[in-house]
Write a protein that binds this ligand. Sequence first.
Ligand SMILES: Nc1ncnc2c1ncn2[C@@H]1O[C@H](COP(=O)(O)OP(=O)(O)O)[C@@H](O)[C@H]1O
Ligand SMILES: O=P(O)(O)OC[C@H]1O[C@](O)(COP(=O)(O)O)[C@@H](O)[C@@H]1O
Ligand SMILES: [Mg+2]
Length: 439
Amino acid sequence: MVTLDDLQVSSLGPCTVDSPLALYVGGRTTNEYYVGEHDRILYDDTLALIESRGVGLENLPTFESGGPRDKIFFDPATTKVGVVTCGGLCPGLNDVIRAIVLELHTHYGVRNVVGLQHGYAGFVPELGHDIVPLTPESVARINERGGTVLGTSRGAQDPAVIVHRLVEEGINVLMVIGGDGSMRGAHNIVVEIERRGLKIGVVGVPKTIDNDIPHIGQSFGFSTAFAKAAESIKAARVEVEAAVGGIGIVKVMGRHAGFIACYAALANHDADFVLIPEVDFSLDGDNGLLALLERRVAERGSAVIVLAEGAGQHLIPASDRMDPSGNTVLGDIARYLREQITKHFANADQPLTMRYFNPGYAIRSVPADASDSVYCARLAQTAVHAAMAGRTDLVVGRRRHRFVNVPIPFVTQGSHNVSPEGDLWLSVLESTAQPFSIA
Ligand SMILES: Nc1ncnc2c1ncn2[C@@H]1O[C@H](COP(=O)(O)OP(=O)(O)O)[C@@H](O)[C@H]1O
Ligand SMILES: O=P(O)(O)OC[C@H]1O[C@](O)(COP(=O)(O)O)[C@@H](O)[C@@H]1O
Ligand SMILES: [Mg+2]
């Protein structure tokens, strides 16, 4: 069970430098739209949850509020900040890079900001990636492009090598823009920094289209990605409606979390079945997927399945392959489903027109939409505030509209998934009218 201790953010030391941001918010206290720096944000948000803790107010689990402090730890004139993007692409990476640079430069007066290229590999001299200066001029308009101007990579690098490079380059703060794996890597860097008794801060910004990072509310880029995926669902619906016995399968990314599938399906309110890694399903039997599909096509003329790539892995041979970061390479559930559906409809002597859509990388290589761009900029600002205040080993997030600083070890001890008992999955069941259990 989460405790207040789990949510305490580490700090490099006392803040003694006047913050330039004090001009804007100095001494400001909490109001409906702002959380003062000495206030904390509740982990729980219902009476029943709070009551069930059985502890007094001061011991309730609470988050540190994100945002500027009156005093900061680092002297902007002598501070050097490094920025790195790691893991899979995600809409908004360039927005975050740009917003970090602008916030540091314009508001804190930090002139020395550099980018490491191609993820953690950028720290390894033998791999030959240059460290590049990041200035307001060099990041101008990068937010209009998808991808990351810094490049990215998967694959482990030695934290000792990374910290050696940080010291060699005189970097005081490392901003890690990445997902769950990157945050695990960031924590290892913190451990090495502490082992060496250094005062280098490490601050994360939560990136991933999968939205599988727990406790941070939502990762940036997720909303753009599912909106893009929703376009394929719309196209699938058009295709299958024009066909005889039309069945469309739209496979979307989402290794272990079905958020993209759920939200993209809800965005259309038009899918017949949503299959996600968190909810097992069967193909056979009267209430299995094949019989349900046959009935749905008979009733409606066509059907669209939104399939998360990690769904139904129990139906196909387990994969023992890993990507360079240690993520499991999944089996091809879409191909298996296509084969099984084709066989079933042939055996039942029913007409079938199969349409398969795989938007794949197209949903994560696009620029952020306006809403995600706003979110990216605000997360980046929050991350810079935390970094300048000497906070470390944390990732920023936005829970129930409040920006928070969340300890990385708290985030990496679990994962964020669609709960079969939650209201999101209930909405999906309501929208698709698929049965509670396909078995
Ligand atoms: N358990 C881990 N410990 C240390 N580093 C990790 C761990 N998992 C991933 N990383 C590193 O973090 C980087 C990004 O991880 P990856 O899983 O590819 O993407 P993401 O951060 O988006 O989940 C890679 O360089 C990877 O080696
Ligand atoms: O980029 P790769 O190595 O092809 O991996 C694809 C995977 O990356 C993801 O986009 C998630 O990546 P991250 O964990 O790096 O955010 C998954 O949705 C997808 O399964
Ligand atoms: Mg990941």
